[in-house]
Design a protein around this ligand. Structure first.
Ligand code: MN
Length: 229
């Protein structure tokens, strides 16, 4: 096998509640506009079209409760709390039933967004990479292995800043449920073991400042917290 001129990039892993092994992360897909109340608060129209899909690099994940540095090139960093699906089987052109069977575990994550940068991109019809895929843009809690998919996608999802609740919704409010969303995503991409899917955020997104203490929770996941530094 050939050698490489520089050391290969590190494998990104996240912890699994109750296990010593970690979960090796492949790609990170994200759905936007998947809760009607958030679509409305952003000035959009609710439609039956599939959610917008974008990605973050796996290296953007912040695990194990590490601090999150306030990113450069923004003065409007927003929080978006989201249920995250972790795949334990590959999927391509899958049915919603097959998609559910491919979910290894759930986590709660925060899709950090440079809202000012995103607003400019939207105004110009430009891609969202600089608004969404920056370093440290995806703090996430540990994976919880999914034991009972039948009851997994309903229940509260919430985020608080310095103890004050800012986002409070229910997973059942998703316009495209996790099985439907995964099935749709698998029509666009060959999904692999290790891929993560952020499933969108309910209303209440808002700004974060240096020093803020953020707590995130979602039904069926292990909650977590981080500090913006
Ligand atoms: Mn989001």
């Amino acid at each position: 096998m050939s050698t490489t001129v520089f050391a290969p990039p590190p494998i990104i892993t996240m912890p699994i509640t109750g296990r010593t092994e970690r979960f090796a992360v492949g790609r990170v897909f994200c759905a936007g506009r998947n809760y009607a109340d958030h679509v409305v608060e952003m000035g959009g129209k609710v439609s039956t079209e599939p959610p917008v899909i974008f990605t973050k690099p796996a290296s953007a994940l912040v695990c194990d409760g590490a601090d999150v540095p306030y990113p450069r090139a923004t003065s409007e960093l927003h929080h978006e709390v989201e249920l995250v699906l972790a795949l334990g089987k590959p999927l391509a052109d899958a049915s919603p039933e097959d998609a559910v069977a491919a979910i290894y575990g759930l986590a709660v994550g925060v899709d950090l967004t440079r809202r000012d940068v995103q607003a400019k991109a939207k105004a110009h019809g430009a891609p969202w990479a600089a608004a969404k895929a920056f370093d440290h843009s995806a703090p996430i809690g540990p994976l919880t292995v999914l034991e009972n998919p039948m009851n997994a996608f309903t229940g509260p999802i919430a985020l608080s800043v310095n103890g004050a609740v800012k986002q409070s919704g229910d997973l059942a409010q998703m316009l495209w449920s996790p099985p439907q969303l995964l099935a749709h995503l698998s029509t666009l991409f060959d999904l692999h073991i290790g891929d993560l899917v952020f499933t969108g955020t309910p209303q209440g997104v808002g700004p974060l400042q240096r020093g803020d203490y953020v707590e995130a929770q979602a039904q069926g996941t292990t909650g977590f917290s981080f500090t913006v530094i």
